[in-house]
Design a protein around this ligand. Structure first.
Ligand code: ATP
Length: 488
C-alpha cells in the first residue's frame, strides 16, 4: 500500500497459506446462490432447466465485464463501432446463414432412461475412459452411428442408444397481431448468435457512417439455443449473452489480421480480467466449416468442469456471410475498393465470446479459500473465502462499516458514504460483528472495507482494510476520497 500524508499501518491478521479452489459444480452453484450472484431460474416452481437468474452482485460483475470488453473494442481503438440489434430478425436471415437447415447437434437417447446426450460428447468421453483422445466435432449422424456401432458404445448407464439424429438448436416462436398468430407463415426465430444482426446492419453502417475497410462492428446481447445437454451451470445455458466483434476487411492481409486479433483477445483475458495465464490456452480447430480458413478457440482450465473448455472463438469467415445475405436479400453488399479500383465483397474476421462463461471463469479463477492467522496471541487460525477479483471488476468497491449503530458513528459513516458514492459503488453495513462483516465483503470480492470507530470521533480518521493482504491503514476522513482515487 502506498503511504500518504496521514496513513499509518495498524496491526492486523494475516492470510497464511492458499488452501483451495472450487472443486465441484454443486459447490460453485450453492456458493454463487448464497452470495447473491446467481440463482437457478423458477426455483419456487421446482426450477427450470438450463436457465439462470443473476442477482445483484452477479449483475454488477457482469456489467463490469461487459464495460471492459466494450472499452477494449471502442474506447481503445478507432475502427470499431457498437450496435444493439433486435433479437428477432427477418426469418430469411436464418436461411441465408444456414442455421434454419443445418444448425444442429447430433443427439442420441438412452433407450431405457430416455436421457438425451450429444452424440459427439458421448463418444469422446467413451474413448477418453479408455485413455484415447478423439475429436468428434462436426461428424455427421451417419459417421457417429458407425462409430457407435463398431465400438459397441452404450449410454453412461450402460444401456442401448437410439440411432443418432440431428436436432435443430434454434428456438422458434410466432410473431404477429392477427388471430392466426400460431401459423407457419409468421414463424420467427430467437437469434442463435448475435453476429447475424451485425451482417444485416453492415450496409447501413457503410452508408451512414461512411466507413472504409478495415472496420469492425461490436455487439453484446442475448442469444438462444435449445441445447441438448445443459447441465454445466452457466457455462452452457439455453439463454445466454454473447459479446461479438465482426471485423470487415480486404482479404490481402488476413494472416496478420488474424494473428493481431488472436493476440489482442488473449491479452484481454490476462491483462483486463486478471486471469491466471497458466490456465488459458489456444486450441486450433482441425476440422473447419467449408467457408472458414482459420479458427482458434481460447480455452480456460475449469476445475469445476474437469479441464480446458472453450470460452471464445476466433474465426476467419471469409466472404461467406455477406455473399449469402446479398444473395438472399437481393441487395448489393459489396464495397468499392478505391486503391485497387475494383468492387469486392469484404471478408470477415470474428471474435465471439460468451459473457456468462467469462463470468463463470472470473469467479472460479478468483475464488480462494485460505487460512488466516489472527493478530492477537495464539488464537487458532481461521479459514476465509475470498474472491481475489481485479478491483475494476469487483461488484462493490468500498464497504462502509461503522462499529456501532449509535447515532454519532452512524452519522459519520453515512456522511462518508455520501461523499464517495458518486464515484464508487458502495455498501453500508452495520449488522453483525466486524469479523463477520469483513468475511461477507471478502466473499463478494470488495477490495476495501472502511471501519468507523469511536476514536474516529476524536481523531477524524478511519481504518481502511485491503481485501487480499488484510493490511489495515488509518486515514484522515477528509483524505479518504483522494486515497481511493489513487487506488483505482
Ligand atoms: P460449444 O462448442 O461450447 O457449444 P460453440 O462453438 O457452439 O460452443 P459459438 O457458436 O462459437 O460456440 O459461440 C461463441 C461463444 O458463445 C462460445 O465460445 C461461448 O463462449 C458462447 N456460448 C455458445 N453457446 C453457449 C451456451 N449455450 N451457453 C453459454 N455460452 C455459450
Amino acid at each position: 500500500m502506498s503511504k500518504n500524508k496521514s496513513e499509518q499501518i495498524v496491526q492486523n491478521s494475516k492470510p497464511t497459506t492458499r488452501n483451495s479452489k472450487l472443486e465441484s459444480l454443486d459447490q460453485f452453484k450453492s456458493w454463487a446462490k448464497e452470495n447473491g450472484f446467481i440463482y437457478a431460474s423458477s426455483e419456487i416452481y421446482g426450477g427450470f432447466s438450463a436457465v439462470y437468474d443473476y442477482g445483484h452482485y452477479g449483475i454488477l460483475l457482469k456489467n463490469n465485464i461487459q464495460k471492459l470488453w466494450e472499452k477494449s473494442m471502442t474506447q481503445m481503438r478507432d475502427d470499431v463501432y457498437l450496435l444493439d440489434s433486435g433479437i428477432f430478425m427477418h426469418p430469411k436471415t436464418w436461411q441465408a446463414s444456414g442455421h434454419a437447415a443445418g444448425f444442429a447437434d447430433v443427439l442420441v437417447e438412452d433407450k431405457e432412461t430416455h436421457i438425451r446426450y450429444r452424440a459427439d460428447h458421448l463418444v469422446e468421453e467413451w474413448f477418453e475412459k479408455k485413455g484415447e483422445k478423439v475429436d468428434m466435432d462436426k461428424k455427421t449422424p451417419e459417421e457417429l452411428a458407425e462409430i457407435i456401432k463398431e465400438n459397441d458404445i452404450k449410454s453412461p448407464e450402460g444401456n442401448e442408444l437410439t440411432e443418432p439424429r440431428s436436432f435443430n438448436l434454434m428456438l422458434k416462436t410466432n410473431m404477429g397481431t392477427t388471430d392466426n398468430t400460431l401459423t407457419d407463415e409468421n414463424v420467427v426465430y430467437a437469434r442463435a448468435e448475435t453476429c447475424q444482426g451485425i451482417y444485416l446492419e453492415y450496409k447501413n453502417y457503410m452508408d451512414t457512417i461512411r466507413l472504409k475497410l478495415p472496420f469492425g462492428i461490436a455487439q453484446v446481447g442475448k442469444a438462444f439455443r435449445n441445447e441438448i445437454v445443459a447441465r454445466q451451470f452457466v457455462f452452457r445455458t439455453r439463454e445466454f449473452e454473447q459479446m461479438e466483434l465482426q471485423y470487415f476487411h480486404k482479404p490481402e492481409n488476413k494472416d496478420e489480421l488474424f494473428e493481431m486479433w488472436k493476440e489482442e483477445r488473449m491479452k484481454w483475458h490476462i491483462e483486463e480480467l486478471g486471469i491466471d495465464p497458466e490456465k488459458l490456452r489456444f486450441k486450433k480447430h482441425e476440422k473447419l466449416v467449408f467457408y472458414a480458413s482459420q479458427a482458434f478457440d481460447i480455452e480456460y482450465d475449469f476445475n469445476t468442469l474437469g479441464g480446458f473448455k472453450e470460452l471464445e472463438g476466433i474465426h476467419d469467415r471469409g466472404d461467406y456471410d455477406l455473399t449469402q445475405h446479398a444473395e438472399f436479400s437481393g441487395q448489393k453488399l459489396d464495397y468499392f475498393d478505391q486503391e485497387n479500383n475494383t468492387r469486392i465483397v469484404p471478408h470477415i474476421m470474428e471474435t465471439s465470446v460468451g459473457l456468462n462463461r467469462i463470468l463463470m471463469m472470473v469467479l472460479e479463477d478468483a475464488w480462494t479459500e485460505e487460512e488466516v492467522k489472527p493478530a492477537e496471541g495464539d488464537k487458532p487460525a481461521e479459514t476465509r473465502v475470498v474472491l481475489k477479483i481485479k478491483k475494476e471488476l469487483a461488484p462493490i468497491k468500498v464497504a462502509i462499516l461503522p462499529l456501532s449503530k449509535k447515532e454519532p458513528l452512524q452519522k459519520l459513516a453515512t456522511e462518508l458514504q455520501a461523499e464517495i458514492r458518486n464515484d464508487f459503488m458502495t455498501v453500508y453495513d452495520e449488522t453483525a460483528s466486524i469479523g463477520k462483516r469483513y468475511r461477507r465483503q471478502d466473499e463478494i470480492g470488495t477490495p476495501y472495507c472502511i471501519t468507523i470507530d469511536f476514536d474516529s470521533l476524536e481523531d477524524k480518521a478511519v481504518t481502511i482494510r485491503e481485501r487480499d493482504s488484510m493490511e489495515q491503514v488509518r486515514i484522515k476522513i477528509d483524505e479518504v476520497k483522494a486515497w481511493l482515487d489513487s487506488k483505482f
